[in-house]
Design a protein. Structure first.
Length: 75
């Protein structure tokens, strides 16, 4: 889930707190809809890349484990 804070009361403290609580972005009002959409697109691309990386790691683990099991069976 992507979490982006939109605030009309910007401050460094608020931004730090938002990030520390897991916000993926921080937008200050008044914000243009294009800015919000761009930030969402960036976060969704990042999320997709992380998902693909995780899938590759799992695939690699399964392949390695399968080779280990196959070599044990041959002994």
């Amino acid at each position: 889930m992507v979490k982006i804070i939109v605030t009309g009361y910007p401050s460094l403290e608020n931004a730090v707190e938002a990030v520390n609580k897991g916000a993926d972005g921080y937008i200050i009002k008044p914000a243009q809809s294009n800015d919000i959409l761009q930030r969402l697109k960036e976060q969704l691309r990042k999320q997709q890349a992380e998902k693909e990386y995780g899938e590759q790691k799992i695939k690699g683990y399964i392949e390695t484990r399968q080779k280990e099991l196959d070599s044990k069976e041959k002994r």
